[in-house]
Design a protein. Structure first.
Length: 73
């Protein structure tokens, strides 16, 4: 994305279990230069259910920023 512009990130969480989840807190580990780390609280996800959340990122600085999707917590 060009410096000074915004992008939207969409996250999808699937509960592949046969049991519902309890309370969940999701936090994406975006590089700090792209803004604050977004956090979401989900009440519960039913068995086989799905939740989707989205947020925006923005950087006024040019460059490449690592984004390790496998380490999201």
């Amino acid at each position: 994305m060009p410096a000074g512009s915004e992008a939207r990130v969409h996250l999808r969480m699937d509960n592949v279990s046969r049991l519902p989840t309890g309370l969940l807190m999701l936090q994406d580990r975006v590089p700090y230069v792209l803004g604050p780390r977004p956090r979401f609280v989900l009440d519960r996800v039913e068995a086989g259910g799905r939740r989707e959340v989205s947020y925006r990122v923005r950087s006024d600085l040019r460059g490449r920023y690592p984004w390790d999707r496998s380490s999201s917590a």
